[in-house]
Design a protein around this ligand. Structure first.
Ligand SMILES: [Zn+2]
Length: 137
C-alpha cells in the first residue's frame, strides 16, 4: 500500500498482461488477459509432448504480440475458468498437486451429475500439472 509512485508503475508493467488458458465449447487455447490475441490449440494435438511444445510456442508468441495491435478484451468470461481457479489456489500457497486435488473435490460437488463438465475439469487439472512439470508455469 505504501509503494512510491514509480514502484507502483513497475508492478503494473509486470502484471499488465497474462497468458491465460481458455477452454470452452467454442475455443480451446491460450489467450491474452488484456487483448483478443489468442493461440488456438490444434484439435489434432493430443499427445502430452506435442501439447508441451505447443504451450512453449504459445508462450513465445505471447511475448512477441503487442496488445495495442489487437482488440482489447471486453468480456471476463475466462475469469472463472477451471484453470484460473487452480491457479488462484496455487497463488494462495497450495502445492500444484494439492490444489488440483482440492479443485477436483470442489468441482465434484458443484457439478454433481454432470459427467462432461467433470471430465473437462479433470483434463484441465492434468494439463495444469503437466505444465508445471514441464516448467511452463
Ligand atoms: Zn495482449
Amino acid at each position: 500500500m505504501d509503494y512510491s509512485s514509480s514502484d507502483q508503475r513497475s508492478v503494473q508493467d509486470r502484471t499488465a498482461r497474462e497468458l491465460v488458458w481458455t477452454s470452452n465449447p467454442t475455443f480451446q487455447g491460450w489467450t491474452c488477459s488484456q487483448c483478443e490475441w489468442n493461440y488456438a490449440l490444434p484439435t489434432l494435438l493430443t499427445e502430452a509432448e506435442a501439447r508441451t511444445a505447443y504451450d512453449r510456442l504459445a508462450g513465445a508468441k505471447f511475448r512477441e504480440h503487442k496488445c495495442a495491435e489487437h482488440l482489447s478484451r471486453m468480456d471476463a468470461a475466462d475469469h472463472d475458468s477451471f484453470t484460473s481457479r487452480i491457479r488462484r489456489m496455487v497463488a494462495q500457497g497450495f502445492k500444484p498437486k494439492d490444489a488440483v486435488e482440492l479443485f477436483l473435490q470442489e468441482v465434484a460437488l458443484e457439478y454433481r451429475g454432470q459427467p462432461k463438465t467433470l471430465a473437462q475439469a479433470k483434463v484441465e487439472g492434468e494439463d495444469f500439472l503437466r505444465r508445471v512439470k514441464a516448467g511452463l508455469i
